[in-house]
Write a protein that binds this ligand. Structure first.
Ligand code: KG4
Ligand code: ZN
Length: 355
């Protein structure tokens, strides 16, 4: 079956055609970064309008690039949660419209399921390495940071082990970059600067030091950077700026690596999977690779393009329901919240222990 995937949950208008075995035939992304840049963050109303403008051309391009036409498509997968309400509705409406006109099944997909399963996408025929079920997954994006136990490809198979109590890792990257006047999104910029920095020169706190839980907290680290900047100013020389970026990034990466390995061991799984925009971080990928090697865990990371938001992962995440003949046609609606279960209390207070 060929699946048309549609993603409009935030600031990327995306469409893709993916075969039901995960082979990506096309993967088109129109980013709104420039549109929102002057406001220093995403403006929901502008996001919806821009999705409206671009969704048709983006879908047309995805079909053209895959060399298939709508008559070849067997089903549609569209992000229906979590995200900006108006933005989600644009994708859902066009998915329903195409499904109605072509008499196709359409399923709504949780965006986080897309990130969780992005590792199954294949960009070349013959690229067959896949994780075995069950596995532990670390999802690190701009909106979410959490560890999951994943027993299968559908929602009831997934259990949260712990999540951030405040900022997501990507949010911390973006806020620190903004503080340092580096631009948006901050993750890739800090990643680049940190490569030539020394992470031992600037004293920054470790997020949640010594706590053996699967929860995260990044707001203290961000405040620490803010205090440093208030006291010493934004570093004016390149070397100090790179050192600050390297220290901040090392603090984030060390915590993510430590907890992900701890979770994989506690759940006694062979494979660790990562996903979400921050999974593109070069230091995180390298540190996880060596930690997993040391602990005898198989690490599975999506390609860099499949880490950040895209529609190929949405097509694949809807695949299991489409292949088994399901459709949400009339009931399909949006929600700003994820459908994945959550065990983590946000904010201060007692912390959950690993079970
Ligand atoms: O998954 P994603 O595209 O969107 C959400 O679902 O949130 O993730 C976007 C986030 C942004 O916060 C961005 O700064 C971060 O991923 N990011 C990175 C890198 N590339 C993107 N963070 C650290 N290092 C990177 N190389
Ligand atoms: Zn995402």
């Amino acid at each position: 079956m060929l699946i048309l995937g549609i993603e409009t949950s935030c600031d990327e208008t995306a469409a893709a055609v993916v075969r039901d075995d995960g082979l990506v035939l096309s993967d088109v992304i129109h980013s709104q970064i420039k549109l929102h840049a002057p406001y220093g963050g995403i403006v929901p109303e502008l996001a919806s309008r821009d999705h409206m403008k671009n969704i048709r051309p983006v879908i047309d391009q995805a079909l053209r690039q895959s060399n298939v036409g709508l008559p070849d498509i067997g089903g549609i997968s569209v992000t229906c949660r979590p995200g900006l309400s108006g933005a989600l509705l644009v994708g859902i409406q066009i998915a329903k419209g195409i499904a109605f006109a072509r008499k196709l099944p359409v399923v709504g997909v949780d965006h986080l399921m897309g990130h969780l399963l992005a590792v199954f996408l294949r960009h070349e025929p013959g690229d067959e390495r896949k994780p075995d079920w069950p596995f532990v997954a670390l999802i690190v994006s701009g909106g979410h940071t959490a560890l999951y136990r994943v027993d299968g490809p559908e929602l009831p198979d997934i259990r949260e082990l712990g999540a951030t109590r405040d900022d997501a890792a990507g949010e911390a990257f973006d806020k620190v970059a903004k503080l340092l006047g580096l631009g948006y999104p901050g993750g890739p910029i800090i990643d680049r600067l940190a490569r030539e920095g020394d992470p031992t020169q600037i004293p920054l706190s470790r997020p949640m030091p010594g706590r053996n839980t699967f929860e995260f907290s990044f707001s203290g680290l961000k405040t620490n950077v803010m205090r440093y900047v208030t006291e010493f100013g934004v570093p004016s020389d390149n070397e100090s700026l790179r050192n600050l970026c390297a220290t901040f990034q090392t603090r984030v990466v060390d915590t993510l690596v430590k907890k992900a390995v701890l979770a994989a061991k506690a759940e006694r799984v062979k494979s660790l999977v990562i996903g979400g925009g921050v999974a593109a971080n070069s230091q995180l990928r390298a540190s996880l690779r060596s930690a997993c090697e040391r602990h005898g865990i198989d690490l599975f990371a999506p390609t860099l393009r499949a880490c950040t938001d895209n529609a190929a992962m949405i097509a694949y995440a809807g695949r299991h329901r489409l292949v088994s003949g399901q459709s949400d046609a009339t009931s399909l609606t949006m929600s700003p919240y994820t459908a994945l279960n959550s065990v983590t209390r946000k904010g201060p207070g007692r912390r959950a222990r690993p079970s």
